[in-house]
Design a protein around this ligand. Structure first.
Ligand code: 2PG
Ligand code: MG
Length: 426
């Protein structure tokens, strides 16, 4: 029997210079795993609780020392000597210890750090890659071919991630027309650098936002999407790279109305507004088109555009199977954004992915805007065969470390690796 001999958490900094939790796990055979927890800015109000100390004199209230001591104290006590064969059982022990619906006692950041570190330690003990260990732990049978995820690369940052004035949070490029992840990444990088040149020549600032994308002052979303098309064409990738949006619409929903590009509109008018963008640009995916509790707005989007493009719920579903189930029953989208820290444990995250896939919907594994050097999500996307990942732009190590891990996985897989577009619209 393989058991936990020690769990140790510490406070480290994330990519925004804000404290977060890192956990080390050692097993009875000496195997070791380490993991760090990410943190969002445009968080959904239905997310599990990220426990912060709140003492304004220390890290402006953002320190996570209580979550750290919860790992080093009660969680370590409950899990020391525990058999790690079954991740679900491990996670359940922590959920029972917490006992609240949103992990507010121990903190989702405490529980998730342990959950991820145990997965890493198990993979080390099995002497296989993390993606492989996750696949066998959750009984995924990828078959003879293994899918590398198609990335949505956030090269123009707006909304809560930048001070650019752009309503949409993320204007992304999606390299679909390539034979491998390696080639797709090259295209993404070349487009990123071409875009920089174009922005510079047009007199825009080329400083980057929280996810490593540019944050120029654009008049409106049309201008942002037009410049992306210009960069794709100039880099020589016309037709091989599509566009995607994360509107993060909860952020521009004020007093019952949506305020986009300086125009105020209701839920239905917003659907029409997106329709014009879809008709004009090669958009393959729209995330959080509406505010997180505007189920009718999402349903109308799905009715109108769901056959043509991918419609993703992020703040809407918060990786929570209860909300995902409601969404599937009410047909409000056709894809779910998957974020480990929205729900706060690896097995609950996997449950959300499996529910999504069983419904015939797409699952998109995602980073948070506050990230670390941990590349767990790259392995999660391959292990669970989601076929898609969203992990930021082509700059800053907190973003590209996930892409770099996917390069390593593709290399490891050799001829077994496949890279294919998950979208109907090409
Ligand atoms: C999102 C994410 C990640 P945040 O809205 O999809 O891009 O942002 O982590 O700030 O919620
Ligand atoms: Mg989002």
């Amino acid at each position: 029997m393989l058991t936990i001999t020690s769990l140790h958490a510490r406070q480290i900094l994330d990519s925004r210079g804000t404290p977060t939790v890192e956990v080390d796990c050692t097993l009875s055979d000496g195997s070791f795993g380490r993991a760090a927890v990410p943190s969002g800015a445009s968080t959904g109000s239905h997310e599990a609780l990220e426990l912060r100390d709140g003492d304004k004199k220390v890290y402006l209230g953002k320190s996570v020392l209580t979550a750290v001591s919860n790992v080093n104290g009660s969680i370590a006590k409950a899990l020391k000597g525990a058999d790690i064969a079954d991740q679900r059982a491990m996670d359940k022990t922590m959920l029972d210890l917490d006992g609240t619906p949103n992990k507010s006692k121990l903190g989702a950041n405490a529980i998730l750090g342990v959950s991820m570190a145990v997965c890493r330690a198990r993979a080390a003990s099995e002497k296989v890659s993390l993606w492989q260990s996750l696949a066998s732990q959750f009984r995924i049978k990828p078959g003879s071919k293994i899918k590398l995820p198609v990335p949505m690369m956030n090269v123009i940052n707006g909304g809560a991630h930048a001070d650019s004035g752009l309503s949409f949070q993320e204007c992304m490029i999606v390299p679909t027309g390539f034979a491998s992840f390696t080639e797709a990444l090259r295209a993404g990088s070349e487009i990123f650098h071409t875009l920089k040149k174009i922005l510079k020549e047009a007199g825009h600032v080329t400083a980057v936002g929280d996810e490593g994308g540019f944050a120029p002052h654009f008049k409106n979303s049309d201008e942002a999407l037009s410049v992306l098309i210009q960069a794709i064409d100039a880099a020589g990738y016309k037709g091989k790279v599509q566009l995607a949006l994360d509107c993060a619409a909860s952020e521009y929903f004020k007093n019952g109305k949506y305020i986009v590009d300086g125009q105020t509109m209701d839920s239905k008018a917003l659907v029409d507004f997106y329709g014009k963008l879809i008709a004009k640009f090669p958009i393959v995916s729209i995330e959080d088109s509406h505010q997180e509790d505007d189920w009718n707005g999402f349903a109308l989007m799905q009715e109108r555009y769901g056959k043509k493009i991918q419609l993703v719920g992020d703040d809407l579903f918060v990786t929570n199977t209860q909300r995902v189930k409601q969404g599937i029953d009410q047909k409000v989208a056709n894809a779910v954004l998957i974020k480990l820290n929205q729900i706060g444990s690896v097995s609950e995250t996997v449950d959300a992915i499996l529910m999504t896939q069983e419904a015939g919907w797409n699952a998109v594994v995602s980073h948070r805007s506050g990230e670390t050097e941990d590349s767990f999500i790259a392995d999660l996307a391959v292990g669970l065969q989601t076929g898609q990942i969203k992990t930021g732009s082509l700059s800053r190590t907190d973003r590209v470390c996930k892409y770099n891990q996917l390069l390593r996985i593709e290399e490891e897989l050799g001829a077994k690796a496949v890279y294919e577009s998950p979208f109907g619209r090409e």
